[in-house]
Design a protein around this ligand. Structure first.
Ligand code: NDP
Length: 286
């Protein structure tokens, strides 16, 4: 039986519609949720991500602005701008689009954003709170993945979740969130030996490696849940994931497509985090 497709685009849209109501209510209370995005340089992919975030914000009634800085901007100037935004009451969420030019220390920039306004969930304070299970801004892609699993009523507790990739923004945090949900978690990475032995034993497989179609039907277990985070651009300009969709879909129970899978959920959770920041729900401050 072919897998059920987890439609991130449709689910994201549904969640955003619900958020519109929340935003309207906040606006009635005099709070206009506001997201400020900083983009440095003119990387076309970054520009397209930022446009997507701006458009999605507007759809839900979240106000947003984009601060464009030249690639030559000094680290000091960027940090000064972030400090200003940290102190600006009307700004609830701050997002610095990554990657940054080589002369800027990315980690320093992430740490300079107030944890109360860290809607990307990359600040060490939020990462620490996530690890201890406290209320925190969760990183958007892992948050989107967990939301997908919950929305499709996919059981997590007791299942073997295998995470391919250990980046700070996807692999590591998604494994932690699955652990919190009582999955038994295995992390794999580029140094893992016999990788496919792990993938074949996964009840839930998260592929976040950035290698086009590396995982196919022969590498997965019958009835597995496959979450494909990878975004890889093919020569013809179209996008493909880390998983070969058609062969994997023949064996899996659930699978996310690329595009229209994890990507739209990432933006949706950014909006959710911005609303959370505006509500000041996070006990980090707000
Ligand atoms: P990184 O490049 O930071 O991390 C990639 C990870 O994959 C590393 O941990 C690396 O291992 C591991 N890896 C690389 N090659 C292999 C291999 N052959 N076998 C096993 N593990 C391997 O990437 P990100 O985590 O930032 O992103 C991963 C993918 O997800 C990318 O395609 C990216 O575009 C996409 N992405 C999609 C998002 C969405 O919203 N859908 C959001 C963010 C990312 P090691 O640590 O040993 O080097």
């Amino acid at each position: 039986m072919p897998a059920k497709t987890i439609n991130g685009k449709e689910l994201g849209q549904k969640l955003r519609e619900a958020m519109t109501g929340e935003v309207t209510q906040l606006r009635e209370e005099g709070i206009v949720p506001h997201l400020t995005v900083i983009i440095v340089g003119d990387n076309p992919a970054s520009k397209s991500y930022v446009n997507g975030k701006k458009k999605a914000s507007a759809q839900t009634g979240i106000s947003s602005d984009v601060i464009e800085m030249p690639a030559s901007v000094s680290q000091e100037e960027l940090l000064k701008k972030i400090e200003e935004l940290n102190n600006e009451k009307a700004v609830h969420g701050i997002l610095v689009q990554l990657p940054l030019p080589d002369h800027i220390n990315e980690q320093l920039v992430i740490e300079s954003i107030s944890p109360y306004k860290d809607v990307d969930g990359f600040h060490p304070v939020n990462i620490g709170k996530m690890m201890t299970g406290d209320d925190a801004f969760l990183p958007c892609t892992p948050y989107g993945i967990i939301t997908m699993l919950h929305s499709y009523n996919i059981p997590i507790a007791g299942k073997h979740a295998v995470v391919l990739g250990r980046s700070n923004i996807v692999g590591k945090p998604v494994g932690q969130l699955l652990l919190k949900e009582n999955a038994t978690v295995t992390y794999c990475h580029s140094k893992t030996e016999n990788l496919f032995e792990y993938t074949r034993s996964a009840d839930i497989l998260i592929a976040a490696i950035g290698k086009p179609n590396m995982i196919s039907g022969e590498h997965i277990k019958d009835g597995a849940v496959i979450i494909d985070v990878g975004i890889n651009r093919k020569e013809d300009g179209s996008l493909t994931g880390d998983v070969d969709f058609s062969s994997a879909a023949e064996k899996a129970a659930y699978i996310t497509p690329v595009p229209k899978g994890v990507g739209p959920m990432t933006i949706t959770m950014l909006l959710q985090n911005t609303i959370k920041a505006a509500k000041g729900l996070s006990h980090l401050g707000g």
